[in-house]
Design a protein around this ligand. Structure first.
Ligand code: PNW
Length: 497
């Protein structure tokens, strides 16, 4: 290399060094999340009545890997002040938590409000606001009052009105203090996860039909709750309402698999987004067509996929103030070879696409069986959403890493570092308007069928201690320093933190 080349090269390096700006845009916000059944405990205290998860785990403890349950969990019902302390220690801009429907409405219906339950969340909200932390509320994170489940739960069309009534109660109680609402957490898991596998509460297995009716009524319930806020509460409170979708990113294995991967994305992201966010509304056309053909093939007299009336399409279309999603993992999609067994995850058996879904080469596995690490997935997901639904405001409402032993959590730090870097690239290189990021989760908690074996917490919780002591992990220190410096330009090793 002669000296001219050397000068040019060092100039190029200097420019690209400066261009590698690891800071987040001003106004970008960081938070952490939990959910009522996973942290609160106090399952039969303070007027709370039975929810689907109570019944599911009490009826047969073997449904959960360590035969545990959420009866006490992190005892956040009593220790909520500790949670606020932690949120403050981390420097969170917001804390996302969910409200237990059966703690607020013991009958499931809005005829009777349980004052003690209502006060619990009111105190939590006020406590957060006092510390300058925004409370972000999820109205429903999978814990349906058992009384409503007994009437068919999410497959009964009446749930649309019951949910709207519940939302009205929450807007009346907390609307003056809540600026960001999420109606439903992950309807994909609430519907497909529940009815196509039978392994989530309420433990019903109804492939082909259950998930799709649930899908339709979940969208309608969300839409009614959104419209109620928009018409009656937004004019005075100026808040925003959305829902949190679960999005798994799917890459095609080869060029030939591209259309197939797109169909799989539409089947997961699209079935819970198109009706709300697309210009035309309704189901993704590719899915509706596929399901009609499949229903015929399977001998149903009508499509097992419920259609929308024009009125329903209009009701749901446009019911968003931002796009919120939870994201953890990715998969590779390809056609199955002759004689090879199809994959069903996370689609149930209902889709019948002759496809194989697998992990990519070199992807590390987290503690949950479904968990594989692929940081570029979150960026690709953001690009896909922007291309499909337009230049919306995006909020990442969950992202985090699962371990068995939480003590040395260098892997968790690396996960946060690598996923956040991809979020930054989406913002800076692809112009996606991402405004917030939420770590799952604030504290170790009841990880559904994995019980307490699988740990997602920034803080470790000692479940043998009646006080449920919370202790920061190295990843808590890492996240706090990212928040403080508003940048990824911070140390990532345990010793330097
Ligand atoms: C989410 N998947 O669930 C939930 O919102 C949380 O309550 C939960 O604790 C967290 O993620 C970690 O599991 C998911 O199969 C369940 O891809 C399943 C999947 C993703 C998220």
């Amino acid at each position: 290399m002669d000296w001219i080349q050397a000068v040019v090269l060092s100039a190029v390096l200097a420019v690209s060094w400066a261009a590698e700006d690891l800071s987040f845009p001003p106004g970008f916000r960081f938070g952490a999340a939990t959910a009522a059944y996973q942290v609160e405990g106090a399952w039969n205290e303070g007027g709370r009545t039975e929810c689907t998860w109570d019944k599911f785990v009490h009826e047969d403890p073997r449904r959960v890997a360590d035969q545990s349950n959420g009866d006490v969990a992190c005892n956040s019902y009593h220790l909520w002040k500790k949670d606020i302390e932690i949120a403050e220690e981390l420097g969170l801009h917001f804390y996302r938590f969910s409200i237990s429907w059966s703690r607020i409405l013991p009958t499931g219906f809005s005829n009777q409000i349980n004052e003690e339950g209502a006060n619990y969340y009111s105190n939590l909200i006020d406590g957060l606001l006092e510390k300058g932390i925004e409370p972000l509320v999820t109205m429903y994170h999978w814990d349906l009052p058992q009384s409503l489940q007994d009437l068919g739960g999410w497959t009964n069309p009446l749930i649309v009105d019951w949910f709207e009534d519940y939302a009205r109660v929450l807007y009346n109680l907390y609307g003056d203090r809540i600026k960001h609402w999420l109606t439903l957490n992950e309807p994909l898991i609430m519907c497909d996860g529940v009815y196509n596998t039978g392994v989530f509460a309420p433990g019903l297995f109804s492939p082909e039909v259950g998930a799709y009716y649930c899908n339709k009524y979940a969208l309608l319930a969300h839409a009614k709750a959104w419209r109620l806020y928009d018409e009656e509460f937004k004019p005075k409170y100026h808040g925003k309402v959305s829902l949190a979708n679960q999005l798994v990113w799917f890459d095609p294995k080869t060029k030939e698999d591209e259309a197939l991967a797109e169909l799989v994305i539409e089947n997961c992201a699209g079935r819970y987004s198109h009706a709300i966010y697309s210009k035309e509304g309704g189901w993704p056309p590719s899915i509706e067509k596929h399901m009609q053909e499949l229903s015929k093939k399977r001998g149903y007299p009508r499509s097992m996929f419920p259609s929308f009336t024009q009125e329903e399409i209009e009701l749901i279309r446009g019911t968003h103030d931002y796009y919120a999603f939870n994201h953890y993992t990715s998969r590779i999609v390809r056609y199955a070879e002759e004689g090879e067994e199809f994959s069903t995850w996370p689609l149930g058996d209902a889709v019948d696409l002759n496809l194989k879904i697998e992990k990519g080469e070199g992807w590390a596995q987290g503690a949950s069986s479904w968990f594989f690490v692929n940081p570029p997935g979150i960026r690709n997901q953001l690009i896909w959403l922007k291309q499909k639904y337009g230049d919306l405001e995006f909020m990442i409402t969950e992202n985090g890493f699962a371990t068995f032993d939480g003590r040395d959590d260098q892997d968790r730090i690396q996960y946060y570092r690598d996923y956040l870097e991809q979020v930054l690239l989406a913002i800076k290189e692809d112009g996606v308007n991402v405004t917030a990021y939420t770590a799952w989760t604030l504290i170790d908690n009841f990880e559904w069928m994995d019980g307490y074996n699988v740990k997602f917490g920034l803080y470790e919780v000692d479940f043998n201690d009646p006080e449920r002591k919370r202790t920061p992990r190295a990843s808590a220190h890492y996240y706090a320093s990212v928040i403080k410096s508003h940048s990824l330009d911070v140390p990532t090793t345990r010793n330097e933190l």
